[in-house]
Design a protein around this ligand. Structure first.
Ligand SMILES: Cc1cc2nc3c(=O)[nH]c(=O)nc-3n(C[C@H](O)[C@H](O)[C@H](O)COP(=O)(O)OP(=O)(O)OC[C@H]3O[C@@H](n4cnc5c(N)ncnc54)[C@H](O)[C@@H]3O)c2cc1C
Length: 390
């Protein structure tokens, strides 16, 4: 019989968005005793941020920009953070020029040396470049059908080949299916109604989210380290789904990244790049993009840190590789997961899906609500949302 310090109602594996949201909801709304573990020495999962040796606030696992249209996501997170308005911009370096992404009127004018007066002219010009396809078989088709071969080759092909080590013709059409194109000069990367960053950083937001009397946090702790000693009727698993099942059906493949950092003196708080992220689609350049963090964080400092991203096959699991055979393998694991009533699989690794932070928060909120409803649990949330008695 485990001693009381080893007895919990819920064991949450992973202290990222999926684990953090589930833990807080279960502890606060349903009064459950929750143990949260993470193998990393910090909270916030891939959204972790911390000052580097120069005091510059950096994102440990690459740039994380918060954007959403979901009010219930911002309502939940706003309890743990103030926000700093930030509109993300990404430019690409192409043949010695720097042009905005997504493709807009200025991108086309700069790359094709044309003058486009109005949105209608821009739309008509793009339509003249597009090479319509009867069916979109792959990612190359979906981009070429929208913006034509020249822009595809200069802006997308090399970037995609570096990112995935696959040619766009080998990738599912869905990967680039929602490629936004603007006919005006709007160069904001995202179109969401809420585009703000946590004012004191993601890590601080997580520290507040996990600060609850019913939550115990153990960092630098593997699931394997605690599974024998901890007793918990429910597990929330936010790690890789294939890992949970001991890779018994094979490994789900991921693409990873290697980051190289560079810090420059920026007296007077100046910035090195004109925007936060510059993409390098050219295949002769080994990295895909360079991020200058101070654009994202709003920090004013006499140093500025940039990170160069090199896609790799080995390393932390970052991007599920969007190929049909990988999806099929995931579905076989999903079938095993469906048999485990005692385990809730939540988050990007447990669902083998690229998800933005807001999508993970929304998924976790819904997962806990459904889980509680299935068990007939009445919680503070349920009480709070009941209509007032007449
Ligand atoms: C390079 C990059 C850039 C991104 N940029 C953005 C962006 O700009 N905007 C955006 O909205 N989203 C972005 N994302 C997506 C964002 O990172 C995810 O949506 C979010 O981190 C998912 O949270 P999660 O809790 O599902 O997973 P994670 O953050 O990965 O958390 C899972 C945690 O579980 C832990 N874990 C796993 N297995 C075990 C185990 N066996 N034992 C103990 N601990 C374990 C891991 O250490 C990890 O900390 C980006 C992702 C990447 C890779």
């Amino acid at each position: 019989m485990p001693s009381p310090e080893h007895r919990f109602d819920v064991l949450v594996v992973g202290a990222g968005f999926a684990g953090g949201v589930c833990a807080r909801r279960m502890a606060e709304d349903y009064g459950l005793r929750v143990l949260v573990i993470d193998r990393r020495p910090h909270v916030a999962g891939n959204a972790h941020d911390a000052p580097d040796e120069h005091g510059v606030l950096i994102h440990t696992y690459g740039p994380h920009i918060f954007h959403t249209n979901a009010g219930k996501v911002t309502d939940f997170l706003s309890r743990f953070t103030e926000w700093l308005p930030y509109e993300h911009r990404v430019w690409a370096e192409v043949d010695g020029r720097i042009v905005p992404l997504p493709i807009n009127r200025r991108t086309i004018q700069a790359l094709h040396g044309v003058e486009l007066g109005t949105e209608e002219e821009t739309a008509a010009y793009l339509a003249s470049l597009a090479e319509p396809r009867a069916t979109l078989q792959n990612s190359e088709d979906s981009v070429v059908a929208k913006v034509g071969r020249d822009l595809y080759e200069r802006l997308f092909r090399g970037y995609t080949r570096k990112q995935w080590a696959l040619d766009p013709s080998e990738l599912h059409a869905q990967v680039t299916a929602r490629l936004p194109v603007r006919f005006n000069d709007d160069d904001r990367y995202f179109g969401d109604s809420f585009q703000q960053m946590p004012a004191a950083g993601f890590t601080t937001m997580f520290e507040r989210m996990l600060d609850h009397p019913n939550i115990e946090l153990r960092l630098g702790t593997e699931y394997e380290d605690v599974r024998a000693e901890v007793e918990a009727a429910q597990i929330v698993w936010t790690g890789p789904i294939d890992e949970f099942f001991g890779y018994r059906l094979g490994r789900l493949p991921y693409r990873s990244l290697h980051f190289e950092r560079e810090t420059r003196a920026t007296p007077g708080g100046r910035l090195v790049q004109p925007v936060a992220v510059i993409n390098y689609p050219n295949e002769r350049i080994p990295y895909t993009r360079v991020t200058e963090f101070r654009h994202l964080t709003g920090q004013v400092h006499d140093f500025s840190t940039l990170t160069y991203e090199y896609p790799t096959a080995e390393g932390d699991p970052y991007y599920p590789i969007p190929r049909p055979e990988n999806r099929e393998l995931y579905h076989r694991y999903e079938a095993l997961a469906a048999e485990r009533d005692d385990v809730l699989f939540v988050g990007r690794l447990a669902r083998y899906q690229y998800l933005n932070m807001d999508q993970v928060v929304a998924q976790a909120l819904v997962a806990v609500e459904r889980w509680a409803a299935a068990r007939g649990l009445a919680g503070a949330l349920a009480e709070r949302t009941l209509p007032e008695a007449a």
